[in-house]
Design a protein around this ligand. Sequence first.
Ligand code: NAP
Length: 254
Amino acid sequence: MPNALITGASSGIGAAFAHRFAASGCNLVLVARDKVRLEASADELRARYGVQVEVMAADLIDPAECGRVEERLSSATAPVDILINNAGFGLPAPFPHSAIDDEERMLDLLVRAPLRLTHAAIPGMTARGKGAILNVSSVAALLPTGTYGAAKAWLTAFSESLRVDLAPHGVKVLALCPGFTRTEFQKRAGMDVSSLPEWAWLDANRVVEQAVKDLSRNRPVSITGLQYKAYAFAVRHVPRALSAKMARSRKPRQ
Ligand code: NAP
């Protein structure tokens, strides 16, 4: 049975990935900070799907704790076949009104952690000639949308270049760019999303299902929902100066 390691597995999109992969018979390594919550999810997944589930409580912003997860990814005895870099958060205030330490923490989680975890996972995957890396970016990466969008743009570009480099070694790489998805993300970021129309919202299970489909089709980027596919198409065709202005007039981030 393949092994998947999911960061940010305690809620939202990460938890939806855990259910989806467990349902298809995958053993799991669940990573997030909240150990109690992870253990509860692990019990449920083991009972429901009969798979093996390891729990790693780790704050990926902390280099030593991230290092433990890197070690797990390098294991030759219990190899990880699928890495899902999903853990993330947004900030309540835009740069430069945000606290600089919070900005740095966000950058560490959205950029440094996936960089290090991916670096740790690749040697084993390429040696085995198979594997997959799924990076949860955002539609916010498509336009200049502050530091969160800039970090996600890094993750999308990183994924797309890595995809080309790793293809000859049998390793697939996919960047997911979800739009507004009903999870704990908005509350944790202190975002007021009360004015968002119903059509703007996605369900985490749908985002994951689309990603699984796009991975099997070997697509570089996964975008869920016609509304966000149309948005991505428009962004590619509107002059950059205009789209940048449009982006700055938008309200909440995703
Ligand atoms: P969520 O429900 O808030 O989940 C975030 C996950 O990240 C939680 O499991 C959280 O668990 C974990 N996490 C946070 N800080 C961490 C840290 N320092 N170390 C380890 N784990 C940490 O939000 P979500 O929407 O599922 O977010 C998943 C990804 O989707 C993020 O990268 C986000 O940027 C991206 N995204 C979300 C949306 C959206 O609208 N929801 C749209 C586009 C992209 P603990 O608190 O237990 O650590």
